[in-house]
Design a protein around this ligand. Structure first.
Ligand SMILES: [Zn+2]
Length: 144
């Protein structure tokens, strides 16, 4: 069992190609595993226009007003099948070596997830992330 004091939390998302547009993200390294949860995906302006048009929704206003209208009429975009939040778990190996990034965040060994879950509320996503961390903490085999 890995105690919670040994879990390492990171402020950047751990996975998902559009994670920079996710307002919700948790990233915790538990032993050799990264537990990453993202959600509340708000696409870039151009993509929002395409989504609205494809659904026959007419957006009003400009700038922040238009974004607010989008959020009222459409809301967060799904990031998986019928889910607006998802957790994925990856085995980690080494740390991020992107030039000038300096995050020190462990990197997935490969992008093959070893576990996952999906949710549709903030509460479920927070709770699910924490429970996934506990699951991998309890699976850890002592190295000594
Ligand atoms: Zn980095």
């Amino acid at each position: 069992m890995i105690s919670q004091s040994e879990w390492r939390w990171f402020g950047n998302a751990g996975h998902f190609i559009c994670s920079r547009n996710c307002q919700f993200h948790l990233c915790t390294v538990v032993g050799d595993f990264m537990v990453s949860t993202v959600g509340e995906y708000v696409p870039d302006e151009g993509v929002r226009e395409i989504i609205a048009n494809s659904r026959g929704i007419r957006l009003q206003g400009k700038g922040d007003e238009r974004l607010a209208d989008y959020m009222e009429k459409i809301g967060y975009e799904s990031i998986g099948f019928r889910r607006t939040y998802e957790t994925m778990v990856f085995k980690v190996e080494g740390v991020c070596d992107a030039p000038e990034c300096d995050c020190g965040q462990p990197m997935p060994k490969n992008w093959q997830e070893v576990d996952s879950d999906g949710y549709n509320s903030k509460f479920a996503a927070n709770d699910g992330h924490y429970r996934m961390c506990l699951k991998f903490a309890s699976m850890a085999v002592p190295t000594t």
